[in-house]
Design a protein. Structure first.
Length: 697
């Protein structure tokens, strides 16, 4: 902790913290591959020299570099020259996230120049090797499997198919795409075997093993998980060399201490935390759990014990950071276990042989495709399995989870039995907990709409007592809505509506399609320029093979007794202030005598058409269009006459939503107004003769 405080002080006093804002030119090397996003690219750059109008300096520091357009054709380790604006990010959350990487400044790039490969011969060798392997894999395998193999072997997700990545995350198999101790062992094992065949003595054998580990760590980008595995392997080799082998627990503790001394910022890395926790879980629990699974064949018992132990180690951290853990993860990992090593080893062997003789490489690639396709099938099928998720989070989940894992390890390793009173209490409490949880997970008593607090965006789940589930929009975050659906116990969505193409409505939908069976998707189907998130959604719809329709005013959809009348659009709009907003699908949702109007972001032009066409706009509950912006007609609200109005909006809001004019117009109708920025998640239930609104806050 003291060493970390020293590094904090050094960071605060560094030139990169004092120089912004300034126009600068810099020389450095890419620490990470440039990563493409929807509106540009970004990478971490280790800066060696920097200059501005105030002078020039030689230094050692890192910046977050961001640029517009496609990512430049460069890879980690390359030497580069940059020009742009150096600044401290205005967003406190982003600034804190960078700080936890040991970075205090962002460089917004106006000029990027590739100077050449790394000046370090060792790093340059890894660059050459990675390029050779990547080209060979690309020639031998289809794009989807090539991306998977690059992830399995090198932790390189640059070619990974987004739909496949979502499937792996939904089943808890995402760790397979991050290089870990298993990969290090698979590389180190054959090299040590070669050393034994060559009858090398202790020191040459140690140097060969250590060189292999260091080469592999640099090759895979020195990610936190592979650094942990690499240091553990190096300490193990050192112990064998000195004739003083140590327990796995001692080696893990030594590796963590050494890495945090070298880089205190690792303590904030979620990847490092998960890697250490999984390894600690396996060290403490894998063998005791496997011994208690003796009725199973020994290989199966060992695999199951190792999987359970690792999952017990990482679950508290996953809940703390991400608030969700797939319930199917243990089954998915057990099902995937037999295929991981064959896929990895056969794939790499095919890539190596293919460099020398392509026909033999293709034969091996064909064999490697079998376990790869099996892994894809496991991830795809189990990702939508009707198995609940463990949801929750916060410090309480972290402390309780660690306490449970520690107690379980103590109990299993000591062989002591818990007191009879504790067993009796558990036998009494656990059934009550399961019973109460099952009751809360059932369908609602009446029509219920859950408005998720997704910040500046929209997402709402409509549920009926018959079990119908309709999701309208998915919010601006990739996983918030899918996590919310899991916490509600949703297993299937009958209908998903993407009201229009804007990011704050569709970004979360691809992840929803990956995790839940969906009956039908509705979207406007109107052309729009520069809508990358809509393209992502369209690819997800195709990948998951979900039927899609483009409704128009007058269309009607029913799910049991739930009726959805499409009131807009009557066409694809052109020439308005915001054509995509006016293209929004507007739905009148009715269940028996209850009615809800879901308006998307429809603006004045679309509203006027609905008024002119005398559309049935009256509803008890209104989802206010366009986050309460000043884009609605007063007569539109007066015609609806809602009892309750909900504004889905984020805070702080750079768009001025909701506007004072819209709030006054809603007040003129006598409607109660509820806002997600003030009240969090909102549940609106039609109970008896009235409407009940429940707020998470």
């Amino acid at each position: 902790m003291a060493w970390g405080a020293v590094q904090e002080a050094r960071l605060d006093g560094s030139l990169l913290a004092r120089l912004p804002p300034a126009h600068v030119s810099a020389l450095g090397a890419l620490r990470t591959d440039p990563s493409a996003g929807a509106f540009g690219w970004s990478a971490v750059v280790d800066v060696s020299s920097i200059g501005s109008d105030a002078g020039a300096w030689t230094l050692r520091g890192s910046v977050w570099a961001s640029g517009h357009g496609p990512a430049p054709p460069a890879v980690r380790g390359d030497r580069i020259a940059l020009s742009g604006v150096l600044l401290v990010p205005d967003d406190p959350g982003f600034a804190e996230a960078l700080r936890r990487k040991g970075i205090v400044a962002e460089l917004q790039i106006s000029r990027f120049e590739l100077l050449g490969p790394s000046a370090n011969p060792f790093v340059r060798a890894t660059q050459v090797f990675r390029a050779f392997v990547g080209r060979s894999i690309g020639r031998l395998f289809p794009a989807r499997e090539a991306g998977l193999l690059m992830g399995l072997a090198l932790g390189d997700d640059s070619r990974l198919d987004p739909a496949l990545a979502r499937d792996f995350q939904a089943t808890g198999l995402g760790h397979l795409l991050v290089v870990s101790g298993e990969n290090v062992a698979m590389v180190l094992g054959p090299m040590l075997g070669l050393a034994m065949l060559l009858r090398l003595r202790r020191w040459p054998r140690f140097l060969l093993g250590l060189g292999t580990v260091v080469f592999f760590v640099v090759l895979t980008g020195a990610e936190p998980s592979v650094m942990r595995a690499g240091v553990m392997a190096a300490l193990t080799l050192l112990g064998v060399l000195l004739g003083r082998p140590r327990s796995a627990g001692s080696i893990l503790a030594g590796a963590v201490l050494l890495l945090l001394a070298l880089d205190p910022w690792l303590v904030w890395s979620i990847g490092f935390q998960l890697s250490v926790a999984a390894t600690a879980g396996m060290v403490a629990l894998a063998t005791p759990l496997a011994e208690r699974l003796r009725p199973l064949p020994r290989p199966v018992a060992l695999a199951a014990g190792t999987t359970l132990a690792a999952q017990l180690g990482v679950t508290p951290i996953l809940l703390f950071h991400f608030h969700e853990v797939p319930g199917v993860t243990v089954l998915a990992n057990l099902a995937a276990f037999p295929a991981v090593s064959p896929a990895l080893l056969l794939g790499l062997l095919a890539a190596g042989v293919g460099l020398a003789w392509m026909p033999a490489g293709r034969v091996l690639a064909g064999l490697a495709m079998i376990p790869m396709r099996y892994l894809e099938l496991v991830a795809d099928r189990l990702g939508k399995a009707p198995v609940g998720w463990i949801t929750g989070g916060g410090p309480a989940a972290l402390v309780a989870g660690i306490a449970f894992a520690t107690t379980l390890a103590w109990w299993l390793r000591t062989g002591r039995r818990p007191p009879r009173r504790a067993i009796a209490a558990a036998a009494f409490v656990v059934p009550l907990f399961v019973w109460s949880t099952a009751l809360s997970a059932g369908p609602p008593a009446g029509l219920t709409i859950r408005f998720f607090d997704v910040g500046q965006g929209d997402a709402a789940l409509i549920r009926t007592p018959e079990g119908a589930n309709v999701l309208v929009d998915g919010g601006p975050d990739a996983e918030t809505v899918s996590t919310g659906l899991e916490s509600l116990g949703v297993k299937r969505l009958d209908l998903v509506v993407a009201t229009h193409q804007h990011a704050d409505h569709v970004v979360g939908l691809p992840d929803v399609l990956a995790r839940f069976p969906v009956g039908l998707v509705l979207e406007p189907g109107c052309p729009v320029d520069g809508a990358p998130y809509q393209a992502d959604l369209d690819r997800a719809i195709s990948d998951e093979d979900v039927p899609v329709e483009n409704p128009r005013a007058g269309d009607v959809y029913t799910v049991g007794s739930l009726r959805l009348d499409v009131l807009s659009p009557d066409r694809c709009w052109e020439g308005t202030n915001s054509d995509p907003n006016n293209d929004s699908i507007v739905l009148l949702v009715t269940y028996r005598e209850d009615s809800v109007l879901m308006t998307g972001d429809a603006e004045r032009e679309a509203q006027q058409v609905m008024l002119d066409d005398h559309a049935p706009l009256q509803a008890e509950l209104l989802k206010v269009p366009h986050h309460g912006g000043d884009t609605s007609l007063p007569e539109f609200f007066l015609t609806i006459e809602p009892e309750v109005s909900v504004i889905s909006v984020g805070q702080p809001n750079p768009y001025g939503h909701p506007s004072e004019e819209a709030l006054k117009e809603l007040a003129a109708t006598g409607s109660q107004v509820w806002r997600t920025d003030e009240h969090g998640d909102l549940t609106v239930a039609f109970e008896g003769p009235g409407i009940v609104v429940r707020s998470d806050r």
